[in-house]
Ligand binder design. Structure first.
Ligand SMILES: Nc1ncccc1[N+](=O)[O-]
Length: 247
């Protein structure tokens, strides 16, 4: 999987040199190229923004530097073959919501390109023009406003990259995670079994795998019903036991 990120703050992406993603890059499982948008400007001041047509506060990112950067990336893309185009993700509060399901879908791609907007955003014509060379998707982390796309890219590259086979040492750990089965994950405990007069639930020390699985499932349901009732509505309860339906 190849990632390309274009930003006016390339140093914002430095954390992707660390930990799991950093190791996967060293191991050749993931490739990550970060590009400074200002490299693609032609004027002495390396201008990337200008005032918005129609007025209003703030500045808009000029189209031409983006066209130069994205064209160069598309020309070297492993996905730029007739039946496939690389996917261009534009992090934006006006985008579709990023979910674990979308992370899995995107982890199947061979080449993901991220355009980090700043200011009031990127001239809309860039996203229209890019549709010739890319599958363009505006994607949001959630309903709040960041100052730019870089933080969202850190989150998405981690969420997507860790799903690429071989990146996470034990693929088992990807199975029982929050949102993997539509539910939040169960509470976890480790040694000591008694800590500040608080005990680990007895069933987890029993070695009875059936009872442990039942305990964990019930706590997933309870936690989801309490913290994210919206996820419960989306579940197919036909697979639930009678007890589970009453939690
Ligand atoms: N929420 C956001 N705000 C600004 C830029 C990007 C964003 N996002 O979620 O991808």
């Amino acid at each position: 999987m190849r990632f390309d990120v274009v930003s006016i703050f390339p140093e914002y992406l430095a954390p992707l040199d660390l930990s799991l993603i950093g190791k996967a890059r060293t191991d050749g499982l993931l490739e990550l190229n970060v590009h400074d948008l200002r490299t693609y400007t032609k004027d002495r001041h390396r201008t990337v923004d200008d005032t918005p047509y129609g007025g209003g506060a703030g500045m808009v990112m000029k189209p031409e530097p983006w066209a130069q950067a994205l064209t160069e990336i598309a020309e070297t893309s492993p996905a730029s073959v007739p039946e496939r185009k690389p996917t261009l993700i534009v992090p934006s509060p006006a985008g579709e919501v990023f979910t674990q399901k979308l992370a899995y879908e995107l982890s199947e791609e061979v080449h993901l390109v991220f355009a980090c907007g700043r200011y009031e955003g990127i001239d809309e014509r860039v996203l229209e023009w890019a549709g010739e060379q890319f599958t363009v998707r505006a994607v949001s982390l959630g309903d709040y406003v960041l100052n730019g796309g870089e933080v969202a890219v850190l989150a998405m590259v981690e969420a997507i990259g860790r799903l690429v086979p071989g990146v996470v040492g034990n693929p088992e750990s990807l199975i029982e995670e929050s949102h993997s089965d539509g539910l939040l994950e169960y509470p976890v405990y480790t040694k000591p079994s008694s800590w500040r007069e608080r005990e680990v639930p007895e069933v987890l020390l029993s070695g009875n795998h059936g009872k442990i699985a039942k305990f964990r499932r019930e706590h997933q349901l309870r936690r989801t019903a309490t913290r994210r009732p919206d996820l419960i509505d989306a579940l197919d309860v036909s697979s639930f036991s009678k007890t589970e339906r009453n939690i």
